[in-house]
Design a protein around this ligand. Structure first.
Ligand code: NAD
Length: 270
């Protein structure tokens, strides 16, 4: 009786620790890991046992986030192919190959049709699509067999939300790349999937330059259309990303996962 009473809690503890360490021994890179969904995912990866590197554009922000997370931070602007190449060389020299690539860096710059400037187009496509594609392209030589790539897309890829024509197109293009890449990377057992979040509470909206009052109105209107009647939290997205990064998702590739409080069902009532 005494033995069972001692062994059972120890076994339960071992099971709990094993479940919390799904990414043990894996090396993970998170682009745009100093803020929002990227930051929360880097934290989750680390909690699950991975060795994590975060990147971002701004040295101060990257270093302060890296320090808080207890991970390595490297500055690399995904608009520059040379910066991505230098990032890959650094990681290869320090850690060798990697197992998880979370292609998360992105921006949101609303502009109405008829007022889409070349600058707005190039900036959003340059980071959200070109930056994402070349992140994968340049990282490919240092991805281990069995690696997982997760592209952070958006439910906007499938909506007609006003003022988001270019943003939405950048994410739809990314999802299309994901599907084809899944076929071509399968022989190396590399899995690649897209995550399509609905609205999530992160600093991305403040960076649009909208006034606080405008932002609050926008948030209220959107929230009202979400069946769960709230924005998602970055750590909720991080849980899905971390699942796709893990070997628990070993049969999942070329997929897209909505995580949106139900907004994608497009409810007519409710
Ligand atoms: P955020 O602004 O908090 O984070 C964006 C991150 O991307 C930051 O770390 C930023 O430094 C980085 N970044 C931006 N441009 C970069 C560049 N040129 N080079 C390197 N890093 C760069 O916003 P977030 O909401 O966490 O956004 C993360 C991703 O989630 C984006 O791809 C965004 O499109 C997507 N997304 C967000 C929402 C939402 O509601 N917040 C919904 C769907 C999809």
């Amino acid at each position: 009786m005494f033995v069972i009473g001692t062994i059972v809690p120890i076994l339960l503890l071992i099971i709990k620790i094993r479940n919390m360490s799904k990414l043990n021994g894996k090396v993970a890179v998170v682009t745009g890991g100093n803020s929002g969904i990227g930051y929360a995912s880097a934290k989750e990866f680390k909690n699950q046992g991975a060795n994590v590197i975060i990147t971002g554009r701004d040295s101060g922000r990257v270093q302060s986030a890296a320090k808080k997370l207890g991970v390595r931070g490297i500055v690399a602007d995904v608009q520059s192919l040379e910066a991505i190449e230098n990032l890959v060389v650094k990681i290869k020299n320090e850690l060798g190959k990697i197992d998880i690539l979370f292609v998360n860096a992105g921006i949101f710059k609303p502009a109405p049709v008829g007022q889409i400037s070349e600058e707005v187009f190039d900036h959003q496509m340059g980071i959200n699509f070109k930056g994402a594609v070349f992140t994968t392209e340049i990282f490919l030589p240092i991805l281990n067999e069995g690696a997982s790539i997760i592209n952070l897309s958006s439910i906007n890829a499938y909506t007609g939300m006003p003022n988001t024509a270019v943003y939405s197109a950048s994410k739809a293009a990314l999802n299309s790349y994901t599907r084809t890449a899944a076929i071509e990377l399968a022989p190396r057992k590399i899995r690649i999937n897209s995550v399509n979040p609905g609205p999530v509470s992160t600093p991305i909206f403040e960076k649009t330059g909208m006034e606080e009052e405008q932002l609050n109105g926008f948030a209220e209107a959107i929230q009202d259309r979400i069946p769960l009647k709230r924005f998602g939290q970055p750590d909720e997205i991080a849980k899905l990303v971390s699942f796709l990064a893990s070997d628990d998702a070993s049969f999942i590739t070329g997929g897209e996962y909505n995580i949106d409080g139900g907004i994608n069902v497009n409810p007519l009532l409710g």
